[in-house]
Design a protein around this ligand. Structure first.
Ligand code: NOJ
Length: 562
């Protein structure tokens, strides 16, 4: 197994809009991030991933880019960015950028030119089709609007947009477009950025034929959301290998692809060490929303045995081939502790237990801002308090077209909506959680009064201090990074347990996933002389007989077996 800095790193994801506002305009900014670098250094993270900071009309909070070379004015200037990068580097912290090249904004000069006439030189930078019998070329449903096709009145053709109609998809089949993208990537890398998180990167290769998507039984809507057709299409590996050859291979950087709908077999192709594509991908198997009818917005339910099976599959399949990323939330997902833990009575215990898992599995852990203090989902009473295009679109379709009762639609947003993760970072119990001296662009979660960084710093047993310990352990114990993963108790419905092993060094991880007191029984074949407790989310003298442990709710323990 090759040693790499990005395998040993812990990444911290920043959603700049909601991180820290330095100029009281209610919007987080680059100078705000600069002011918090010491906090991040103390936490111990090695890499910051910044969600998009480029110029953008903000239809999708920066994932609609109108200038790849400019910084969104609300966030600061290029000079601010350069200063941030230099300051971070001087503290030993790297920065990776969000690379959004499946689509641009419709306000990007390329698109403005492309739509100016069918003969425009940039026409072929995007994907255009004639109407089919007076309507859209096919029945594909988009992530943020009903159809993936938008009619362009002037040139009398449809253009493709997998996301909102203000996010037209780029045509990667055009070599001139690819060259422009590679030049832009090099421009940022030459500035010193340390890599990219690549937005929906497995969607850049499109089907040639655009056939209708199969309509599920009882599907009532006109358009069918069928991501199997949008992702992992032929040509994708050639594009990534070319990008690697032309750009990535020339720098010592890290890359992580956001790859919805990947299987482990596909991930081996994207991340295989001999394939020269990406270092790792974000897979979505645990993030799924139930069934094809996207508008219903229900989680796919899982039992612990299913959860473990998914984890174990990714751990073992990629073992000696590629590399995993480890995450349970981000800016698109509800908060980890609300979704997979218990955000009421056992918030602290369950947040620590989940963190223990993320930092002791094999892969690179990604912490999403606020996760380290156990920030939770939010439940605003009114749809008018929500900002996310996806949630607002869902509400509109559910209530106005599918006649869902507005209360139920709001409850679905409380459970699943992306704004759960986008409320401002909770720095203190002062007004607006200490995030801004102005009016925040989105309301703060009212629980900032007791869930905030200041409180966490003062409490030795806080989630924050637990994260610090986990990160330090990862530095100290090579086995946490490079050790082989061996699952235990695979049929247990309450406990997730595994061994990590590297040569003679072994760790035993025990995680109780629920508000119960299950009995942990160590498999008899596991031999050891001494079990040294490295970390736990409950007080314990560490001298228990580990062959049999009655676990407390959400208890987590990591032992070194000697
Ligand atoms: C995935 C990003 O994480 C999400 O926030 C965005 O809306 C879509 N890609 C479109 O860029």
């Amino acid at each position: 197994m090759n040693r790499k800095w990005w395998k040993e790193a812990v990444v911290y994801q920043i959603y700049p809009r909601s991180f820290y506002d330095s100029n009281a305009d209610g919007i987080g900014d680059l100078r705000g991030i600069m002011e918090k670098l010491d906090y991040l250094k103390e936490l111990g993270v090695d890499v910051l991933w910044l969600c998009p900071i480029y110029r953008s009309p903000n239809d999708d909070n920066g994932y609609d880019i109108s200038d790849y070379y400019g910084i969104l004015e609300e966030f600061g200037s290029l000079q601010d960015f350069e200063e941030l990068l230099a300051k971070a580097h001087s503290k030993g912290i790297k920065i990776i950028m969000d690379l959004v090249v499946n689509h641009t904004s419709d306000e990007h000069p390329w698109f403005i030119e492309a739509r100016s006439s069918r003969d425009s030189k940039k026409r072929d930078y995007y994907i255009w089709r004639d109407a089919k019998e007076g309507a859209e070329p096919n029945n594909w449903g988009s992530f943020f609007s009903p159809s993936v096709w938008e009619w362009d009145e002037k040139t009398q053709q449809y253009y493709l947009h997998l996301f909102s109609k203000k996010q037209p998809d780029l045509n990667w089949k055009n070599p001139a477009l690819r060259r422009e993208i590679y030049d832009m990537m090099k421009w940022w890398l030459d500035k010193g950025v340390d890599g990219f998180r690549m937005d929906v990167i497995n969607a850049i290769a499109k089907m040639d034929s655009f056939p209708d998507a199969p309509r599920p039984e009882n599907h009532t809507m006109k358009y069918v959301f069928f991501p199997q057709y949008y992702f992992n299409q032929p040509g994708i590996h050639e594009f990534l290998q070319e990008m690697n050859r032309e750009v990535l291979s020339k720098y010592d950087i890290m890359t992580v692809g956001e790859t919805c709908c990947v299987t482990t077999d596909m991930a081996k192709l994207y991340t295989g060490e001999d394939r020269n594509e990406l270092n790792m991908v974000f897979q979505f198997e645990l993030m799924g929303i139930d069934n094809g009818e996207k508008w219903k917005w229900e989680y796919r339910p899982w039992k612990l045995t299913e959860f473990k099976e998914i984890m174990s599959k990714w751990q073992t399949e990629l073992e000696s081939v590629g590399w995993n990323s480890l995450y349970l939330n981000n800016h698109d997902q509800p908060r980890m502790v609300s979704r997979f833990g218990n955000d009421r009575k056992y918030r602290v215990e369950s947040a620590k237990m989940l963190a223990t898992m993320l930092h002791t599995l094999k892969g690179t852990p990604f912490i999403y801002q606020g996760e380290e203090i156990g920030m939770t989902n939010v439940a605003f009473d009114s749809i008018y308090d929500y900002r996310d295009i996806e949630s607002l679109n869902f509400y509109n379709i559910a209530v106005n077209h599918e006649k869902m009762d507005p209360r139920s639609a709001l409850e679905a947003i409380h459970r699943i909506g992306r704004d759960n993760a986008r409320t401002p970072m909770q720095w203190s119990d002062e007004e607006n959680a200490g995030f801004t001296a102005g009016k925040p662009w989105i309301k703060v979660n009212p629980n900032y009064k007791w869930i905030n960084v200041r409180q966490a710093m003062e409490d030795a047993d806080s989630i924050l201090n637990y994260y610090k310990k986990l990160i330090l352990l990862r530095r100290e114990y090579d086995v946490m990074v490079y050790g082989k993963y061996i699952p235990l108790l695979e049929d247990d419905e309450d406990i997730y347990s595994y061994i990590r092993q590297l040569g003679r060094s072994r760790l035993l991880v025990i995680l109780n996933f629920f508000d119960k007191n299950p009995l942990f029984l160590l498999p008899e074949w596991l031999e050891y002389n001494e079990a040294k407790l490295l970390i736990s989310n409950y007080r314990t003298d560490g001298k228990d007989d580990i062959s049999e442990i009655r676990l407390r709710p959400y208890e987590a323990r990591v032992y070194e077996l000697i």
